[in-house]
Write a protein that binds this ligand. Structure first.
Ligand code: SER
Length: 594
């Protein structure tokens, strides 16, 4: 049996041996990326490296990144879909391209993981004339060259094999994915059926290369990027399932004991509900640990939806409500035992308390809401053309805390439909009304305008972006104080920095100083600033315009200044002290010398 640890070690060691630097994984809550609620791929925290807006710490990188993908929530319960998973990622930023990426993927799978090549299938992009995107013939050639049977190479269209981060703008490109044949017991072979089934028999185990060479513009046109890169990602949980020849991810070490325990401790153990409960509780542990609280908006709403869906299925299997916290505790223990725990921001009992609190709220909400729901549904006037009136669906959500999906599921049980589109429209209207006109301005926090203070202010921007490059892109400013003598900078990070990390940050800042880069100030709307990728406190409301300071590719921040004109004015940057400021917050004191 492969363990998670063995798979991770084999993956990282392979890429490190091929010149890749392991980078930190980031918090699942993205930093300053309004386009994403959660990190959904290993490349998300470093996406600006693909466009050249940010400098990578190395041209070849790899890591293990926890990802959340709630668009798969309805598929949870099948063999392999999860709302949270560990992505094994590797990247080439402007370095090697298709041929080496395919060679690495093939070598690791067949030599590192010893998968017989007969079990592997590769999909490639078939091209899209209307979008002006050619077919990826080169990748076909490279797969054949490493030894994949040409009948195992399948061309698929845009929806399957052109990877982008979503519908918004961003780097993108054709991709080539590797599928593992799980055998005859899981359906007809591809040759026989002529249809490549990616759901049951053939499971995707690796997106072996998104060949990032395009940028998706907001109007859905595609421009060429300045340089070509590779972004790969493989789900650890799927590798555990396939390499160990198991039936589903619930039979792997991540879930199997917890599933068995739950099965034995309920009266009506239907498999789908057991899976949904264990899966959703695991994702909830991860999201809660990232300091998201259950709520009715954004990330908090996703969390609440997962927790309440798990609670509802606990009722379906006729388990005691307290099983919610028992399973949460077992999940945390399992994460520690398998080496898949995040950096804990809370103790186990603090996390369990959060589960209990949501369980209490859910119980109250259910008993109140169910009465109201029954009244609504029993009154025929409330049902129009088979649909429950949308105002009532919204009221259940707004006043009684019923997630939309619960109303939907309950209504379906009664043979009544609910319109998601109409509910969404009411929700949007409600949000607009409650948006305040609060206009706090982002202050630079400079206490004086002494020339040294101004230099240290520019150095603070460089320090902020260097910390992201060295420690991970979720590191961000928690406080700053500058005097003519020194800068003081607080940031989120769970442990003491090593001497090597401190040196790497100093070197990073000093290299930008040595390059003599101009510091450019521009005025723009907060929206433009956000879209340009500037760092800022977007939770705050800014005025109509903000000023953005850009230092080459190294830093871009909303700030009211002032700053030096060129980094060559700064001298030499030195970190004097790195210490704890409070729980989870580190503090750096640094100076500039001649
Ligand atoms: N970003 C790509 C994906 O998510 C490769 O990891 O599939």
């Amino acid at each position: 049996m492969y363990t998670s640890k063995q798979i991770i070690d084999t993956f990282l060691n392979f890429f490190k041996a091929n010149g890749h630097t392991q980078i930190k994984n980031s918090s699942i809550v993205p930093e300053n990326d309004p386009t994403l609620l959660f990190i959904n791929a290993g490349m998300a925290p470093i996406k600006k490296c693909f466009t050249g807006e940010e400098q990578p710490i190395s041209k070849r990188m790899c890591n293990v990144q926890t990802c959340i993908r709630t668009n798969d929530i309805e598929s949870v319960g099948d063999r392999h879909h999860l709302t949270s998973f560990n992505m094994l990622g590797s990247w080439s930023i402007g370095d090697y391209f298709k041929e080496d990426a395919i060679k690495y993927a093939f070598t690791l799978l067949t030599e590192g993981f010893k998968i017989p090549k007969e079990r592997l299938y590769a999909t490639v992009f078939s091209g899209d004339e209307t979008l002006g995107l050619p077919a990826d013939e080169e990748s076909i050639g490279y797969w054949e060259k490493v030894g994949i049977d040409p009948t195992h190479i399948i061309k698929l269209p845009f929806e399957d094999n052109f990877w982008r981060m979503g519908d918004g703008e961003g780097p993108c490109g054709p991709c080539t994915e590797v599928f593992y044949d799980t055998g005859d017991s899981h359906g007809e072979s591809y040759e026989k059926s002529g249809n490549f089934d990616t759901k049951k028999r053939y499971l995707e185990i690796w997106n072996a290369g998104v060949f990032m060479e395009y940028y998706q513009n907001l109007d859905k046109t595609y421009s060429k990027l300045k340089f070509k890169s590779v972004d790969t990602g493989s789900g650890l949980e799927r590798l555990l399932l396939t390499l160990n020849g198991l039936e589903s991810v619930y039979d792997t070490e991540i879930f199997v004991d917890i599933m068995n325990y739950l099965r034995e401790n309920c009266k009506n153990p239907n498999e789908r509900s057991l899976r949904i409960i264990c899966e959703h509780i695991r994702t909830s542990v991860i999201i809660l640990n990232a300091k998201v609280e259950p709520s009715n908006v954004k990330a908090g709403y996703i969390l609440r939806r997962l927790m309440r869906r798990a609670l509802r299925h606990l009722r379906t299997i006729e388990a005691d409500d307290t099983m919610f916290e028992v399973i949460a505790e077992k999940t945390i223990d399992n994460m520690n035992a398998t080496g898949l725990a995040p950096d804990w921001n809370f103790t186990k009992s603090e996390l369990i308390e959060k589960f209990k609190a949501e369980q209490d709220k859910f119980a109250k909400m259910l008993s109140q809401g169910l009465k109201v729901f029954k009244e609504y549904i029993e009154n025929k006037e409330n049902i129009i053309d088979g649909y429950l009136k949308e105002e009532l669906v919204f009221k259940l959500y707004d006043t009684f805390g019923f997630p939309f999906e619960i109303t939907q599921e309950l209504a379906e049980e009664q043979g009544v439909k609910v319109s998601e589109q109409k509910f969404e429209a009411l929700l949007e209207h409600h949000k607009e009304e409650s948006r305040g006109a609060n206009t706090a301005v982002f202050k630079s926090g400079l206490a004086d305008h002494d020339p040294n203070t101004i230099k240290l202010h520019t150095a603070t921007h460089l320090l902020h972006s260097a910390l992201k490059r060295v420690l991970g892109y979720d590191v961000h400013q928690m406080g700053s104080n500058i005097t003519p003598e020194r800068l003081r900078f607080d940031f989120n990070f769970p442990r003491k920095m090593t001497d090597e990390e401190i040196k790497a940050v100093e070197d990073d800042v000093n290299s930008v100083i040595a390059k003599g880069v101009d510091v450019i100030r521009e005025e723009m709307t907060p929206e433009q600033a956000k879209n340009s990728g500037a760092i800022g406190l977007f939770d705050n409301k800014y005025g109509d315009t903000v000023s953005v300071y850009t230092i080459g590719n190294f830093s871009k921040e909303i700030c009211s200044g002032p700053h030096v004109h060129n980094t060559s004015e700064l001298g030499h940057f030195k970190i004097k002290k790195e210490e704890s400021s409070s729980a989870g917050i580190r503090r750096i004191k640094a100076v500039l010398t001649d």
